[in-house]
Design a protein around this ligand. Structure first.
Ligand code: ATP
Length: 324
């Protein structure tokens, strides 16, 4: 990227994106994207969530130039993928879902070859810096096939960054990565995000998206069903639980008019209420009015899993998500 270029407001803009995979004798055509609109602001840490088959990989593969779209437009760093495909793709580093190992190269050689592929002049290459940043310095000259799965994945992150792209896409990057490596990987991703790199990540680890991403889009059946700043998305599911532990043993959880009550282990029960419509005070008053003496209470906020389920499965008019 030239330093004098004005920076685009949005790293990625997708409008009305459609994809139908052609059918064959054995399989009918398959629509994977049904008019997806998505705007990823420059500098954000953006999470793309959705059940299997929602269309996340299809979307990423279209951006990466691996899959041809059927309709709509997409631009990367202000460049239209149809009109300026090379420039658009040069702004992206993509870490694919599957581990792709260069069996004949050492990690250092793999990075040099990749840099050469992008035309990065020898003086501008950052192979050693990237190996160090991803904790691979002592494996720089080992054969890639001798690396653990987590190391191969970190090498793939390094490879995606050799040309210093302003956008990094990580497609399910922590599948099969152990807890410690995952922590290191996220630390690094957070660091480069703080340095200005826009991150788009798809993940099934909902807590991870909640913890890492400032904005989250949720896809289901080829459509974006939500796209909001993380705290706003969490507020959308405005149900709160008050978990009550009663004094002594009850025959069962009390019936409270106007509230949903569900049993919890060890004689406790949860009372759900809508924030804005009721309050913890009102819940406790109803519990006391039912003759229950309260030994202890705690409150629960919804996590992303609740929001995700409510948006993608909770709607009774919606059939269950596509399965392959
Ligand atoms: N090459 C292909 N040919 C035909 N159908 C495909 C192809 N690739 C994906 N699909 C279908 O398109 C739909 C979307 O798949 P996609 O892989 O984009 O979803 P995803 O959200 O990335 O799921 P996952 O989390 O499992 O990777 C699925 O129904 C899938 O079966």
């Amino acid at each position: 990227m030239s330093a004098s270029e004005p920076l685009p407001a949005n790293a990625i803009e997708v409008r009305g994106l459609e994809k139908t995979y052609a059918g064959s004798k054995k399989a009918p055509p398959k629509t994977a994207l049904r008019g997806v609109d998505l705007v990823i602001p420059r500098g954000s840490m953006f999470g793309l969530l959705g059940p299997n088959g929602a269309g996340k990989s299809t979307l990423i593969n279209i951006l990466a130039g691996v899959v041809n779209k059927t309709g709509g437009t997409a631009s990367i760093w202000g460049r239209d993928i149809d009109k300026q495909p090379r420039d658009a793709r040069a702004a992206l580093g993509v870490v694919p879902q599957e581990i792709v190992a260069d069996v004949f190269f050492t990690p250092r050689e793999a990075l040099e070859v990749q840099a050469g592929f992008y035309g990065v002049p020898a003086n501008d290459r950052r192979s050693d810096e990237l190996l160090a940043a991803l904790g691979l310095t002592d494996k720089a000259h080992a054969y890639v096939r001798a690396l653990s799965g987590g190391m191969k994945r970190r090498l793939m992150v390094a490879k995606a960054l050799v040309h210093n792209p302003p956008i990094l896409i990580l497609d399910e990057p922590t599948a099969g990565v152990d807890v410690e490596l995952r922590r290191q990987l996220w630390e690094y991703v957070r660091r480069i995000n703080a340095e200005g790199v826009t991150i788009l990540l798809t993940t099934h680890y909902l807590e991870e998206a909640q913890e890492l991403c400032d904005t989250i889009a949720i896809m289901n059946r080829g459509e974006v069903v939500a796209c909001e700043p993380t705290p706003q998305l969490l507020r959308r599911l405005d149900t709160r639980n008050v978990v009550v532990t009663p004094e002594g043993e009850l025959a069962g959880p009390p019936a409270l008019s106007g509230f949903e009550v569900t049993p919890r282990p060890n004689g406790a029960f949860a009372v759900s209420y809508k924030k804005g419509q009721s309050s913890v005070e009102q819940v406790l008053a109803a519990v006391r009015a039912a003759g229950v003496t309260i030994a202890d209470i705690s409150t629960e906020d919804p996590d992303l899993e609740d929001v995700f389920l409510a948006l993608t499965y909770g709607d009774a008019t919606q059939v269950s998500p596509t399965r392959d």
